[in-house]
Ligand binder design. Structure first.
Ligand SMILES: [Zn+2]
Length: 241
């Protein structure tokens, strides 16, 4: 998967467009498969979970900014949606991307070789910036309101709302999904409010509260496990303690 994309044009070639969409969806949906070994249970993921969490966060920002249609204002909105840390990480990554001209005169990009001090192979940044250059990015959709998986839409011209489900089967479960999503949205909103209350506390007060997670679980009756899961899904950005 990595080696195939040695170089490609400014706009992804058709085969790379498909590959990029598939890679992005695979990363966004990465779930552990449970394996038994001599210690008991282990959970195996396909991708580095740091990459996965970042990609989920960036794709959610991209959706929020409505940047699947590439306009200057959409990209500006995307830059605004990203946190300062995420924005500077992507900027640092883009500085290392090399554009060059092939013998036939077309432009090519090399984006998978880490350049600069402390840079690592950054799969999240590679796939995300490719997505921004992917003319088929509008087909990326999710998470499905019912099964919560990301998916590739088959058609763009759909009845409004119909693309919120990955399949007809999931669409059939919409009532149940709707109720669950309303509850979840409410809880996330409460958590976000609690986080911003926490951020407004003076530093010595924060210390007494045993960190933001303890503060938030106290204030919203959620659990630390739920907070971790929401962060991993890219739904929450944890404050820096
Ligand atoms: Zn579904």
């Amino acid at each position: 998967m990595r080696e195939k994309n040695r170089s490609f044009g400014i706009e992804l070639a058709p085969v790379q467009q498909k590959e990029n969409l598939e890679n992005v969806v695979a990363m966004l949906n990465d779930q552990p498969s449970r394996q038994r070994d001599w210690r008991g249970k282990t959970y195996l993921y396909t991708f580095d979970q740091e990459d996965v969490t970042k990609l989920r966060r960036w794709v959610r920002s991209w959706q929020k900014a409505n940047a699947s249609v590439e306009t200057v204002s959409a990209l500006r909105a995307l830059a605004k949606e990203l946190s300062k840390e995420d924005r500077s990480e992507l900027e640092r990554f883009l500085e290392g991307v090399r554009v060059f001209m092939l013998p036939n005169g077309t432009l090519a990009i090399e984006d998978h070789i880490p350049r600069g001090r402390g840079q690592r192979y950054n799969l999240a940044a590679i796939e995300f910036t490719r997505l921004l250059r992917n003319p088929r990015r509008i087909f990326l959709a999710g998470p499905c309101l019912s099964c919560e998986r990301w998916y590739i839409r088959k058609y763009i011209k759909e009845k409004p709302g119909s693309s919120r489900y990955c399949s007809n089967r999931c669409k059939g479960n919409f009532r149940k999904a709707k109720r669950r999503n309303a509850t979840k949205a409410k809880l996330l909103e409460e958590i976000r409010k609690a986080i911003s209350r926490y951020k407004q506390l003076p530093t010595n007060h924060r210390y007494r509260e045993n960190g933001w997670a303890a503060f938030v679980t106290e204030a919203t009756r959620t659990t630390k496990k739920y907070l971790t899961q929401a962060i991993n899904r890219g739904e929450l950005v944890p404050p820096k303690d």
